[in-house]
Design a protein around this ligand. Structure first.
Ligand SMILES: Nc1nc2c(ncn2[C@@H]2O[C@H](COP(=O)(O)OP(=O)(O)O)[C@@H](O)[C@H]2O)c(=O)[nH]1
Ligand SMILES: [Mg+2]
Length: 481
């Protein structure tokens, strides 16, 4: 649950030091200055289809805003308040639109914190469109993508990290990804950040109290206390940053480019790994001209397999374009899967072609045929035809890409790129504050870095932010969420 700073400060017991210094007063000023919560009253009533478009047994329409109960009451022909689900016939211009189940929530006890109505109708897009039309004629407007979650955030129903987890939850393609999204939804990241913010805010208020009353020197034990608290907070931030790799793996996955001579069996191997025919296989060299991408799930992580054109002198323009794409795929891949035809003596690839630092996994295909070339150590023998060696190849991919490595810390939440960048900013500012405190620098200098750290953390949970950034963030959501 989202805890506004206000509550934290009213609940925290004043310490000895608070009575000696006017830090308490300063801290109240600070939290209103730094932790201003955006409270934008939403006037509009919005409507959107929350289920995927198309024919289905049921479709769910969601309305949020001051008119939502009025609109559904008008369509139902009787006054409805919140309470158990209502089975009603909705009418528009004297005609029955559909018989539906209506569920109503009154503000502030709803997902968005506003009056909400959900219409569960038959899953026909004509019905859905007419219902949306009927609602817009009565004052609602179509919602923008992510607008329901944005309102939930603006009304203090969740912090920004929890709102972001809604997208993760919807797009999770594995149990591992679901678990991570749930942890974020539970507010695991927000709670830890709140702890860090609270510590920093208390330090900052003490420091600024000293600044306002310079006759009181900072005693050495208070200075040492600051150092301990800053170090503890830095440790917390470092632990959270450990979740960046897991977050990137879960959201972006990894990419593997299959490379090698034409006819080595790259396309066949890709199909065999995917267990379906995705890429065109042909005995004629140079068949694969474009890069073909498909996702293979390994350890709950999306592994994007990219089948490339063979690496050889291009004979025509199309093949040349294919080769340019191969180079691009190689440059961005997390791993190169080098496929050779073990049944033929073929020219080895020039390792100078490989981008430095990218791991290369080598395998000899066509192991069902007699071996014609000496295999390098560590290379795997596989056959796309018989399936020999494929299980080992999957294991080698998991191992080389470190897909089964659990997050290094138990409380590391799978953070996203936005979280990572702001956490890094906060950590940097804090390390500078710590350095200054060690040197017993002027409190003004320390406090300015503490402020920067606080600002970054506030932006992370959405306590300090501007509307543009928020709009952009929520636009990545789907409609009806
Ligand atoms: N015997 C045998 N033939 C294979 C195997 N893998 C691919 N081939 C054949 O090798 C030829 C080239 O395969 P393809 O996947 O198109 O190679 P690419 O050019 O590297 O993509 C085709 O005739 C495939 O049927 C294999 O494991 N065993
Ligand atoms: Mg091919």
């Amino acid at each position: 649950m989202f805890t506004p700073l206000r509550l934290i400060f009213l609940n925290s017991k004043p310490s000895q030091r608070d009575r000696r210094f006017p830090a308490k007063k300063r801290s109240l000023e600070l939290q209103s200055e730094i932790g201003t919560l955006l409270t934008v009253q939403q006037e509009d009533t919005i409507i959107a289809l929350a289920t995927p478009p198309g024919s289905s047994a049921l479709a769910l329409l969601r309305l949020s805003g001051p008119l939502s109960h009025v609109i559904v009451s008008e369509l139902a022909g009787r006054s409805l308040n919140s309470g158990p689900a209502h089975y009603v016939k909705l009418r528009h211009e004297q005609e029955i639109l559909d018989d539906v189940i209506l569920t109503l929530w009154s503000r502030p006890r709803s997902f968005t914190g506003e009056d909400v109505a959900e219409i569960s109708c038959h899953g026909n897009m004509l019905i859905v469109q007419t219902l949306i039309q009927a609602a817009t004629q009565r004052g609602a407007r179509p919602a923008r993508p992510g607008e329901f979650s944005q309102r939930a955030f603006l009304n203090g129903k969740m912090d920004l990290t929890q709102a972001e987890s809604v997208i993760d939850l919807i797009h999770a393609r594995s149990e591992r990804a679901l678990r991570a999204a749930r942890a974020m939804q539970e507010g695991l990241l927000g709670q830890q950040l709140e702890t860090a913010r609270e510590t920093l805010l208390q330090m900052l208020s003490h420091l600024e109290a000293y600044i306002d009353f310079p006759e009181e020197d900072i005693s050495p034990d208070v200075g040492q206390n600051f150092i301990t608290q800053m170090e503890a907070t830095r440790q917390l931030l470092s632990r959270l940053l450990l979740g960046a790799r897991e977050g990137r793996l879960l959201r972006e996955g990894v990419s593997v480019a299959l490379i090698g001579q034409p006819n080595a069996g790259k396309s066949s191997l890709m199909n065999a790994l995917l267990e379906r025919d995705r890429s065109i296989v042909s005995a004629r060299p140079g068949t694969t001209r474009d890069t073909v991408e498909e996702v293979l799930m390994l350890e709950g992580i999306q592994v994007r397999l990219i089948d490339t054109a063979g690496l050889r002198e291009a004979e025509d323009e199309v093949e040349q374009l294919g080769l340019a794409r191969t180079s691009r795929a190689m440059a961005t891949a997390d791993l190169l899967l080098w496929v050779s035809d073990g049944s033929r003596v073929e020219e080895a690839l020039d390792p100078a072609l490989f981008p430095p630092g990218t791991p290369v996994l080598r395998c000899y295909n066509k192991a069902d045929l007699p071996l014609a070339q000496a295999r390098t150590k560590d290379a795997l023998a596989v056959s796309s035809v018989t399936g020999q060696g494929l299980a080992e190849l999957r294991q080698a991919l998991i191992k080389t890409l470190q897909l089964n490595q659990q997050a290094a810390s138990l409380d590391a939440v799978a953070i996203n790129a936005r979280h990572q960048s702001l956490l890094t900013q906060a950590d940097l500012a804090l390390s500078e504050a710590l350095e200054l405190q060690h040197r017993a620098a002027a409190p003004e200098l320390v406090s300015s870095h503490l402020r920067q750290a606080l600002h970054a953390l506030g932006e992370l949970i959405g306590q300090v932010s501007n509307e543009d950034i928020l709009d952009r963030l929520f636009q990545n959501f789907c409609l009806g969420k």
